[in-house]
Write a protein that binds this ligand. Structure first.
Ligand SMILES: Nc1ncnc2c1ncn2[C@@H]1O[C@H](COP(=O)(O)OP(=O)(O)O)[C@@H](O)[C@H]1O
Ligand SMILES: [Mg+2]
Length: 252
């Protein structure tokens, strides 16, 4: 179903040609959050975190989600990534409603169509960089040989061609995060959700990781939401949104 991340597109970007542009004329967004609500009950109090979120993303489009701590960024990403259920509303992946799906179908969509990057890399410590990127593909059913070429291609694209056999503890923070990005897109998802992916990195390293991430989004035609506090990085994405009173508001 997904034509994301072909070698040809990557080569185009490496040659500094015009990457694919967001195609808003397409009728169906890759990801569409419609009237999403989420509240948490704490004793007698109800905390309304999301109250009618509307957000549509098209292929190749990157959106920065910039909002203060506690505003609901992680909650939104978890719901968009089908890790949590909304209390109301729906998440459409390529036009398909997910609210009514059985758990195993949500899991399948999450595994095949959605990639996650977190603030800390969550790589498996006893496995090499290469193995960390192989594993999601093997879980999906590819053989090690089939998975290997894509894993190597991705890691090379992210500048890690000489780090394939390094374990996470033998990598720098920026390298660990780039392996985590490669792992997130190993199964060629349509949607990439990143929760403060450069939050643990120094400014210089954050810049490097961010550039790799945004090149990959463009090259592969992913739709990406990246929660960040870094306005300089956010400024370079296609769109910036914030959460205000539980609703998505477009920023300049
Ligand atoms: N499981 C939970 N139970 C109760 N409150 C929660 C839970 N998860 C998050 N919250 C609250 O929801 C709000 C939004 O949290 P979160 O989405 O993590 O914000 P952000 O990622 O923007 O910092 C916070 O006030 C947080 O305390
Ligand atoms: Mg958070």
């Amino acid at each position: 179903m997904s034509e994301a991340f072909t070698a040809a597109k990557v080569q185009m970007v490496q040659r500094q040609q015009q990457p694919p542009q967001p195609r808003q004329e397409e009728a169906v967004p890759i990801l569409f959050l419609h009237d999403v609500e989420r509240h948490y009950r704490q004793g007698d109090e109800t905390l309304h975190v999301l109250s009618g979120v509307e957000l549509a993303l098209w292929a190749g489009q990157s959106v920065a989600l910039v909002a203060p701590s506690g505003a609901g960024k992680s909650t939104l990403l978890h719901i968009a990534g089908l890790l949590e259920h909304a209390d109301h509303g729906d998440v459409y992946i390529e036009g398909r409603s997910t609210a009514i799906l059985a758990d195993h179908e949500r899991t399948r969509i999450r595994r095949n169509e959605i990639g996650f990057v977190y603030q800390s890399h969550h790589l498996l410590p006893e496995f090499s960089a290469l193995e960390n990127v192989l594993l999601p593909q093997m879980i999906r059913g590819l053989t090690r040989v089939e998975a290997r070429s894509r894993a190597v291609e991705l890691l090379e694209y992210l500048g890690l061609g000489r780090r394939l056999s390094h374990r996470p503890s033998e990598l720098s923070g920026g390298e660990q995060q780039r392996v985590a990005i490669a792992r997130a897109v190993a199964n060629a998802p349509r949607v990439l959700l990143a929760d403060e992916p450069t939050g643990n990195l120094d400014l210089h390293t954050a810049e490097h990781v961010f550039r790799a991430l945004s090149q990959l989004v463009k090259a592969s035609g992913l739709a990406a939401i990246i929660a960040t506090h870094n306005m300089d990085l956010a400024a370079r994405m296609d769109r910036r949104v914030t959460l205000r009173e539980g609703k998505i508001v477009e920023m300049a």
